[in-house]
Design a protein around this ligand. Structure first.
Ligand code: ADP
Ligand code: TYD
Length: 204
C-alpha cells in the first residue's frame, strides 16, 4: 500500500547546493503548514559517524566495507526515521539517498546494478532532485565560499566520474536541476518540481 507521505531526495555531487536548497524548500513547505521532516545521509547515527571518520582516511578500509557502512547507515535511517515519518504522512526531505551510493561507490569501482539491488529495502523516492554541475563548479564552491578543504570523497577526478554516473541515471522519479544557476533560480525550479508531485498545493 502506498504510504501517505512523500519522500523527496536531493542528489548530486558535492557543492551543487543540495543543503542550501533543502533548507529553502523546508522553509516554504513549513510556511504552508505542511508537515516536513528534514534529514540527511550519512546520518548522525553510529554508522554515519563511522563514515565521517573516513573523510580524511578513506584508504583505511576496502570499497566493499565502505559500501556496507553506507548500507547499514541507510537501513537504520529507513527503519527508524524515514518509514515512520512517511507512515505519519510527512513530507520527508533527505539530503542524499541511494542514488549517491550508486554514483559514489560506482565511481569507486563497484557495480551500479548490484548496488541498486542491495538498496531494495529502501523506499523508492517520490522525487529525486538531481543537481547537475561540473565537478569544478562544486569543488570551487566547497573550497571557496564554504571555506573547506576537500575530503577524500571530493577529489576532482573521482567527482567527475561520480557526476558522469549521476548523469547516466534514468529513473522516472528523477528531475534534473541545473545547479549552475543562482540560488534563487534553482529554488524556483525546485518548488516547481515539488508542486508537480504534490499536485494539490500551490506553494508560492
Ligand atoms: P551541497 O549540500 O550540495 O554540498 P551546499 O548547499 O553546502 O552544497 O553549497 C556549497 C556552497 O556553495 C555553500 O557555500 C553555498 O552557500 C554555496 N552555494 C549554494 N548554491 C549556490 C549557487 N546556486 N550559486 C553559488 N553558490 C552556491
Ligand atoms: P555529504 O552530503 O557531503 O555529508 P557531510 O555534510 O557530512 O559532508 O556526504 C558525505 C560524502 O559521502 C559525500 O562526499 C558523498 C559520500 N557518500 C557516498 O559515497 N555514498 C553514499 O551512499 C552517501 C549517502 C554519501
Amino acid at each position: 500500500m502506498p504510504s501517505p507521505g512523500k519522500l523527496i531526495v536531493f542528489e548530486g555531487i558535492d557543492g551543487t547546493g543540495k543543503s542550501t536548497q533543502l533548507s529553502l524548500l523546508g522553509q516554504v513547505l513549513g510556511e504552508r503548514g505542511l508537515p516536513v521532516l528534514s534529514t540527511c545521509e550519512p546520518t548522525d547515527g553510529v554508522y554515519g559517524r563511522r563514515i565521517r571518520a573516513l573523510y580524511r582516511n578513506r584508504e583505511s578500509i576496502s570499497r566493499l566495507d565502505e559500501l556496507q557502512l553506507f548500507l547499514a547507515d541507510r537501513r537504520e535511517h529507513v527503519q527508524d526515521c524515514i518509514v515512520p515519518a512517511l507512515a505519519a504522512g510527512k513530507i520527508v526531505l533527505c539530503d542524499r539517498y541511494f542514488l549517491s551510493t550508486i554514483a559514489y561507490q560506482g565511481a569507486a569501482g563497484l557495480d551500479p546494478a548490484a548496488i541498486l539491488q542491495q538498496n531494495s529495502f529502501a523506499p523508492v523516492p517520490d522525487l529525486a532532485l538531481l543537481f547537475q554541475a561540473p565537478a569544478a563548479t562544486g569543488i570551487a564552491r566547497i573550497t571557496g565560499r564554504r571555506g573547506e578543504i576537500l575530503n577524500d570523497f571530493e577529489q576532482k577526478d573521482a567527482l567527475a566520474k561520480v557526476a558522469e554516473i549521476f548523469a547516466s541515471l534514468d529513473y522516472p522519479y528523477i528531475r534534473r536541476i541545473d545547479a549552475t544557476e543562482s540560488i534563487a533560480a534553482i529554488h524556483t525550479a525546485v518548488v516547481k518540481a515539488v508542486e508537480d508531485i504534490l499536485h494539490l498545493y500551490q506553494l508560492r
